[in-house]
Design a protein around this ligand. Structure first.
Ligand code: GLC
Length: 741
């Protein structure tokens, strides 16, 4: 508040000292003044109605047009932002009402869900996370920003940084998986990709770290469900990717739908005003999720609409997305003293200051010519292909079936997903056009040797398949040299409001695979899916399995090039694949328990009817190459709590083929004030090694890696640490590090 007073005072002094200036444009229109001074000056000129207007975001039409009522609201200064309105024709008309026909001329902020590409679609975020390549993720975000900016957008609701450890949750597809360290590195990279060094620049967008906070911990994996998260888990697991996004300069945050320990995130003052603004000093603004302010009534937190508006605004949710309680109920609450003016003003200031920093007062309009130049260029397609190639995870390759050789006479491609352009794009595919996408079938056809015949038969899709179609596919496959079977989920089976109570391959796909196996022809399974699935039958019966997620516009081409050896898969899993749903939630960074699972000990933490181990662990992924680790060292082996140790490990490509390996560094804090996970990722490097080549990789372990939050705060506690270097979260080389008291 004192900054507000200082800024207003500065504005008054400035104008008292320069009467001529006072007669000219008001301070807020002076680009030489600071965003804070301009915002303070503007705030002082606004009516209560205009203030509530700035806190209102409304939804346009999905096709990109504004709604008729938006024009009048913009003209009256009662609209601050829209989502889904895009394309120069729409943006410039609506913006003109706000800028040239309203009393104060405050421009609108145009937002859209640009999650993994705008028109050129990159792998879904979970697939992108399997690249373990923050630099590449940043490039994809930057390319997406440039495309989105060209159609008049200035704000994206991304990156989604929710940690997810329950594959039933449909939105696991949209984040970076189960690990806070990997999630943090990717969150920061994506924010920097969207925003660049200065998000007011052309081609850059305001990022939005979402969903604050704990949304991914939805009970039973059911979307929008309640969450109960301990203080320790919040601070050590769910917060870190948001803190990384904030440290990378995220301009905005989005409050989540979930009830967080009894207080919905969209009215959770401790999380927003306390942690985000108080502890972390976040200066941007917070937008609610879609009608999440109004949903406070359904949650049972708010008694009525006014109560919901007051609780959300007072908790620090600055802008209301789509529901209109701030606008409708705010003025009365303000007059009655149920909403404090400083609370309202603080929110309006944060929104105004961000608009000044976004540069939209000086550049409110978009050049219509840009759209034609920036969308789906050869350059963005090339980047999308690279992103897709690096997102692929080889889960199984028994007998070296892959890569497929050039001498094949006949290849059968089976499964409707192999011929689906829509499903290559995945959920949240913005203005990606299925027609732009390359399917697996198209990719195979363009990649095989000229003499190879490619036959296709749908067999079945994840949601449909007749006896005839299945029989036809089996017949076609039974004469092929190799069968490529595309199985998994339709894109609509994951994403928002798409939680599943089962993790099996939907529909008749397993039946199809069983019948394909019976033909005796070698089968390669390609998975298109948005979550870990139950794959134990495949793992036991299908010699080669490639995880492709939803690989984007260039997806089918990337998969085909990998199957035929033009590219060597090097991705690793960003999330655990359970053996069975009954193990969920299952994740590698679990605590030890007092009775760790033991085959020899009945009275230990295990099941009577299933192993406790996952099918594929976090960090797992094969390659056409093979790699060995040697020479793990930790120097010095003893450090003070504020000291640092250097970890070195040599990785060798022991095969005859160049390939990528993602070397991972884990620690285990053996004993502390709170129990710590049996392993925690604290470093990784994706390296390309030529045949026989060895690279010695170096990692640093210091307070940021060795410390954790416990009841008394953040600390590196004295004691022994295990240090592990491996190609997954299991096994590898082990060393010791001791933190001295
Ligand atoms: C949705 C999602 C959020 C998205 C917003 C706008 O409900 O929860 O991630 O950004 O609404 O589309």
């Amino acid at each position: 508040m004192k900054n507000l007073k200082a800024a207003i005072l500065a504005a008054i002094i400035f104008y008292c000292a320069c009467p001529r200036a006072a007669a000219q444009a008001p301070l807020y229109k002076d680009p030489k003044a600071s965003p804070a001074e301009r915002a303070a000056d503007l705030l002082g000129r606004m009516t209560a109605e205009e203030k509530f207007g700035q806190l209102q975001q409304l939804d346009g039409l999905w096709e990109g047009d504004y709604r008729k009522e938006h024009l009048e609201l913009a003209r009256e200064g009662r609209l601050g932002s829209t989502l889904n309105v895009r394309f120069a024709a729409n943006v410039n008309i609506l913006q003109k009402e706000a800028v040239e026909h309203s009393r104060l001329g405050i421009p609108l902020l145009f937002a859209f869900d640009v999650i993994h590409g705008y028109r050129t679609i990159f792998p879904v975020p979970l697939g992108e996370s399997a690249q373990w390549d923050p630099e590449l993720a940043g490039k994809a975000a930057s390319a997406a920003a440039e495309e989105a900016y060209s159609v008049g957008l200035k704000w994206t609701f991304a990156p989604m940084v929710d940690i997810a450890r329950d594959p039933r949750w449909g939105r696991i597809v949209e984040g970076s998986g189960e690990d806070p360290y990997l999630g943090s590195r990717l969150a920061a990279a994506r924010v920097r990709g969207f925003q660049g060094a200065d998000f007011s620049a052309p081609g850059k967008l305001l990022a939005c770290a979402k969903h604050w906070v704990g949304y991914g911990a939805a009970e039973a994996g059911r979307d929008y469900n309640s969450t109960n998260i301990s203080r320790s888990a919040l601070r050590n697991v769910y917060f870190p990717p948001f803190k990384a996004a904030l440290d990378a300069g995220a301009a905005t945050f989005m409050s989540a739908f979930n009830d967080l320990n009894g207080v919905p995130s969209t009215a959770n003052k401790a999380a927003i005003a306390g942690t985000l603004r108080g502890d972390w000093g976040f200066k941007g603004f917070v937008v609610s999720d879609y009608t999440s302010v109004k949903e406070l009534i359904a949650h049972g937190l708010a008694a009525d609409e006014e109560d919901a508006a007051v609780k959300a605004l007072s908790a620090g949710v600055d802008m209301e997305m789509v529901s209109t309680l701030y606008r409708d109920k705010g003025p009365a609450a303000l007059s009655a003293g149920r909403l404090s003016l400083p609370v309202l003003d603080a929110s309006v200031l944060r929104v105004l200051e961000m608009k000044f920093r976004a540069g939209i007062f000086e550049k409110p309009y978009i050049d219509p010519a840009l759209e034609t130049k920036k969308l789906l260029t050869p350059k963005t397609r090339k980047l999308a292909l690279e992103a897709a190639l690096k997102s692929l995870v080889l889960l199984r390759n028994t007998g070296g079936l892959l890569p497929l050789g050039p001498g094949l006479k006949k290849i059968a491609v089976v499964g409707a997903l192999a011929d689906s352009k829509t499903d290559m794009l995945g959920s949240w595919s913005a203005d990606g056009k299925p027609a732009d996408a390359v399917t697996l079938l198209e990719g195979v056809r363009e990649t095989v040797s000229p003499g190879t015949e490619v036959v296709y038969s749908s067999g079945c899709s994840p949601s449909a398949g007749t006896d005839e179609e299945l029989a036809k596919a089996v017949a076609a496959a039974s004469e092929a040299d190799v069968i490529i079977a595309a199985v998994g989920e339709e894109a609509s089976m994951s994403g928002e409001a798409s939680s599943r109570a089962f993790l099996s391959l939907p529909g008749r796909q397993l039946e199809l695979l069983e019948r394909l196996k019976k033909t005796g022809r070698p089968v390669v399974a390609v998975l298109f899916n948005g979550r870990p699935l139950e794959l134990s039958w495949l793992d036991a019966n299908i010699p080669a399995i490639l995880e492709a997620w939803y690989p984007g516009t260039e997806g089918g081409r990337a998969v085909a090039q990998t199957l035929f050896g033009r590219s060597n898969p090097g991705g690793k899993l960003p999330v655990t694949f359970p053996l069975t749903l009954g193990q969920v939630p299952i994740y590698y960074a679990h605590r030890s328990t007092g009775r760790p699972p033991s085959a020899a000990e009945k009275y230990s933490s295990k099941y009577t009817d299933s192993p406790v181990e996952p099918l594929y662990p976090f960090g797992y992924g094969l390659s056409y190459s093979s790699f060995t680790y040697s020479g793990l060292s930790v120097t010095p082996a003893k450090i003070k709590a504020d000291g640092k140790a250097i970890v070195k490990v040599a990785v060798t490509n022991s095969s005859s083929r160049s390939g990528d390996e993602i070397a991972q560094l884990y620690i285990r804090d053996a004993a502390g004030s709170e129990t710590r996970p049996v392993r925690e990722l604290k470093g990784f490097k994706r390296v390309t090694l030529s045949p026989g080549e060895t690279k010695t990789l170096e990692f640093e372990l210091g307070p940021a890696e060795l410390g954790y939050y416990y009841e008394d705060g953040f600390a590196v506690e004295p004691g022994l640490f295990g240090v592990y270097a491996s190609g997954s979260s299991e096994g590898g080389l082990e060393a010791r590090l001791e933190v001295m008291p």
